[in-house]
Design a protein around this ligand. Structure first.
Ligand code: ZN
Ligand code: MN
Length: 139
């Protein structure tokens, strides 16, 4: 996701959109709209949550960012629009990237006539921080 692509998509680079793009650039945390809003509020105290949310929706529609629905509590946003997979912590909902090209085969009779164009694998587990907390609770 870069400024050139945003311009090509016909989006005006307003200061608000730039702030959101700057926050998302190289951000590997998969933040929610609320996280992004809180982070940007310091620089733009008058920006509303609706503006942040609408901007994220627009960026998603233009293919500049991805929306992840793997956290059932809230949508998370991924500034990397290219296909990749994710690790999710069942306790703290931390989401990490997995960049591995899995060669998965769907037999013709299971495709139900679909032409398959992609896949997204979610691996669930407990992150190191949560594992440490859990082992502390047991002792
Ligand atoms: Zn965790
Ligand atoms: Mn990701």
């Amino acid at each position: 996701m870069d400024r050139q692509k945003i311009k090509e998509a016909g989006l005006k680079l307003t200061p608000q959109r730039l702030a959101i793009l700057d926050y998302l650039r190289d951000n590997l945390e998969h933040p929610s709209a609320e996280d992004i809003y809180k982070a940007i509020l310091e620089r733009f105290p008058t920006m509303s949550f609706a503006t942040v949310y609408n901007t994220l929706e627009t960026l998603r529609e233009k293919g500049a960012i991805q929306e992840l629905t793997i956290d059932p509590q809230k949508k998370r946003f991924d500034p990397n629009p290219r296909p990749h997979h994710h690790l999710i912590c069942n306790r703290c909902k931390k989401i990490l990237d997995i960049h591995i090209d899995y060669q998965l085969h769907v037999p013709e009779e299971k495709k139900n006539g679909f032409e398959i164009v992609g896949n997204h694998i979610e691996f669930y587990g407990i992150c190191p921080g949560c594992r440490l907390k859990m082992s502390g609770m047991q002792s």
